[in-house]
Write a protein that binds this ligand. Structure first.
Ligand code: NCD
Length: 304
């Protein structure tokens, strides 16, 4: 059974094929409009989501398939004490593929082990978010033309931001990628990423606190929000939440081709005045999320 729990579940070659397919879907959506007729996606969301859930659902509908599921754990049997493993075992009888988001790290892996159908991790706590990474890679490759030879700044909550962890794991596999990790001391990347990925793979990276210092050198700036729901106390969140605010003034320090990415939702970390800057790519990025999820569903169902 094919599952996507971590971004590393796809080899670089498989990933290339998937991104090619996503670009083809973008150019010729009509070719794929009936590809999943008769198939069902279960969308199991135990945590809030706008983009990920709706883009999965839109992706399945664009392929001619159907969608069932829940968007709130309070409306599922989780409130009665059902385990994720039991839920997925049952959902396997109703659907052909499942996307699952859960507040606990490892939940998607547990689900995949009990499942009869492909499981896609749509975010497990502060751990990983591989389909956001596919979205990010498609955006970078489509807009920059490459995934190698880049300097990327990751800024904000690098500790709890699962999109950051997944993106780093995926990008270290390409040549000549330099990472500038921009965060307050308390929100630096966890050691399983620093020691277990960046140092282990001998990748060039540097950790800085000031965004202004990093901006002139970047090809890409990946902004993230401070992950309020993962903080142990509200005071820490309040202290950290406006640590970085990217505004028009700071954008003057960046090069003319630097792209600004953000997985969204944005809170205050990018001022709305940046939205009109041609380098702001975050809303385009959200659009790429549908194409890449269409490609992923086709690939896991072995239709493409
Ligand atoms: C991200 C997530 O859920 O981790 N959102 C998303 O899926 N686009 C980022 C976030 O919530 O900050």
């Amino acid at each position: 059974m094919n599952h996507i729990i971590s971004p590393l579940d796809l080899s670089v070659e498989e990933l290339d094929k998937l991104l090619d397919l996503a670009n083809d879907i973008e150019r010729h959506p009509e070719k794929y409009a009936h590809a999943c007729e008769g198939k069902r996606l279960a969308s199991l969301f135990y945590e809030p989501s706008t983009r990920t859930r709706l883009s999965f659902e839109a992706a399945m509908m664009n392929l001619g398939g159907k969608v069932l599921g829940f968007s709130d754990q309070d409306s599922s049997s989780a409130t009665k004490g059902e385990s994720v493993a039991d839920t997925i075992r049952v959902v396997s009888c109703y659907a052909d593929i499942a996307a699952i988001r859960h507040p606990k790290e490892g939940a998607a892996l547990v689900a995949s082990m009990a499942s009869q159908i492909p499981v896609i991790n749509a975010g497990d706590g502060g751990h990983q978010h591989p389909t956001q990474t596919l979205t990010d890679l498609l955006t970078i490759r489509s807009m920059k033309g490459r995934l190698d030879n880049i300097t990327i700044g990751l800024c904000g909550d690098l500790r709890f931001g699962r999109t950051v962890h997944s993106l780093i794991e995926a990008l270290v596999r390409y040549d000549n990628v330099h990472f500038i990790l921009i965060s307050p001391d308390e929100l630096r990347v966890p050691s399983y990423i620093r020691d277990g990925v960046l140092q282990k793979e001998n990748v060039s990276y540097k950790e800085v606190v000031r965004l202004e210092e990093a901006l002139p050198d970047l090809d890409l700036l990946y902004m993230t929000r401070v992950q309020r729901e993962r903080f142990f106390n509200e005071n820490d969140y309040v202290r950290m939440k406006d640590f970085y605010i990217l505004d028009a003034e700071k954008m003057k320090l960046a090069g003319p081709d630097m792209l600004v990415l953000h997985p969204l939702p944005r809170v205050n970390e990018i001022s709305v005045e940046v939205d009109n800057d041609p380098r702001a790519a975050y809303f385009k990025q959200a659009r790429y999320g549908v194409y890449v999820r269409m490609a992923l569903i086709l690939t896991l169902l072995e239709i493409a």
